[in-house]
Design a protein around this ligand. Structure first.
Ligand SMILES: NC(=O)c1ccc[n+]([C@@H]2O[C@H](COP(=O)([O-])OP(=O)(O)OC[C@H]3O[C@@H](n4cnc5c(N)ncnc54)[C@H](O)[C@@H]3O)[C@@H](O)[C@H]2O)c1
Length: 311
């Protein structure tokens, strides 16, 4: 065979290998906070080997303790009167899980990196730019960001085709949904690999383009802000709005209960970001009351007071 034809054939063959879906077995989760711990727990419980990475051993100790406690609760529900099966499940899950403070080293042998660190574009950029140098070619990168464009995060790497969004919901072990985000550069095989991975976790994936809030937050946050505006105008009390949405719309929590649960700072951060992107969109308009509560450090359940008092 002529050398030019051989080269062409080799290129086509390597192209078709690259086009194969990736079966994700080894996962690195970066960020051992609320979301990262949940993602690591669910991935380990479904048979993946998982390394959870954070900045210090002390943080990782807390994450491991949180995961163990959560696993016990899950196992109690799954194996109500089978204590042996329950402890086997916990042991097997924990044996799939390890921790590290050195992301660059552990990504050498990983199929997927799921990032769940602080919601700051610069910090996420710095992390992915570094990992891009150490992770193998085939490794897919995913961010769990709630409010930053996946495309902007992916631009810090040279693997935009192997980069997507995996947006989980809190608490991860309980919430069934994962939004799988495809940017204009995400390859179809990367997207399908992320969808398959979400299913392997026992979750229900839905897909969404890389747009503010994806599906759930794009609908939920304007609804929460509209509830605050209704209250600010004095049209109804917050207690009545909460009762109305629970008993009239069948929602499990009222909007003010939900805002306090999510954290008023988090909600403000999201709406401020969208307002910057689309200043003329009335759905993304800031609220004076929300800003005031955040300035007073009344952030919701976590500080003991938000729209309601918890002390
Ligand atoms: N909290 C939610 O309900 C929720 C829901 C969906 C998505 N998210 C997104 O998930 C991400 C994490 O949110 P969270 O609520 O778990 O935050 P969190 O504050 O609970 O945890 C973040 C963790 O990341 C660690 N971290 C920060 N920088 C790091 C770095 N460079 N390397 C390694 N670890 C680092 C911190 O030490 C911390 O433990 C954010 O992008 C957020 O937008 C949050």
């Amino acid at each position: 065979m002529a050398s030019a034809s051989r080269q062409l054939l080799a290129r086509c063959m390597s192209g078709s290998a690259a086009a194969k879906k990736l079966v994700i077995k080894h996962v690195t989760v970066i960020g051992g906070g609320l979301m990262g711990s949940g993602i690591a727990q669910v991935a380990a419980a479904t048979g993946h080997t998982v390394v959870l990475v954070d900045q210090t051993d002390d943080i990782l100790k807390k994450s491991a303790k949180g995961i163990e406690d959560s696993l016990k609760r899950v196992a109690k529900k799954m194996f109500a009167d089978k204590p042996e099966a329950s402890s086997q499940f916990i042991q097997k899950t924990l044996s799939n899980l390890s921790t590290s403070t050195d992301a660059a080293t552990v990504v050498h042998s990983t199929d997927l990196v799921v990032e769940a660190i602080v919601e700051n574009l610069e910090v996420k950029h710095e992390l992915f730019k570094r990992l891009d140098k150490f992770a193998p070619e085939h490794t897919i990168f995913a961010s769990n960001t709630s409010s930053l464009p996946i495309t902007d995060i992916a631009n810090s790497t040279t693997r935009q085709d192997r980069f997507g969004g995996l947006h989980f919901f809190n608490p991860v072990p309980m919430m069934k949904l994962v939004e799988v985000i495809k940017t204009p550069m995400t390859s179809q095989t990367t997207f399908e690999s992320l969808v398959d991975f979400s299913r392997a976790l026992g979750k229900m994936p839905v897909s969404c383009k890389d747009t503010p809030g994806f599906v759930v937050n794009r609908l939920l946050v304007p609804y929460l802000m509209e509830s605050v505006r209704l209250y600010e105008r004095g049209h109804a009390s917050k207690e009545d709005i909460d009762i109305a949405m629970k008993l009239g719309a069948g929602y499990p929590m009222g909007p003010f209960e939900l805002l306090d649960y999510v954290g008023l700072d988090t909600s403000k951060f999201i709406i401020d970001g969208w307002h910057k992107l689309e200043p003329d969109n009335p759905l993304f308009a800031p609220s004076e009351l929300l800003n005031k509560l955040v300035a007073e450090n009344k952030l919701g359940k976590k500080t003991g007071e938000g729209f309601y008092k918890y002390r």
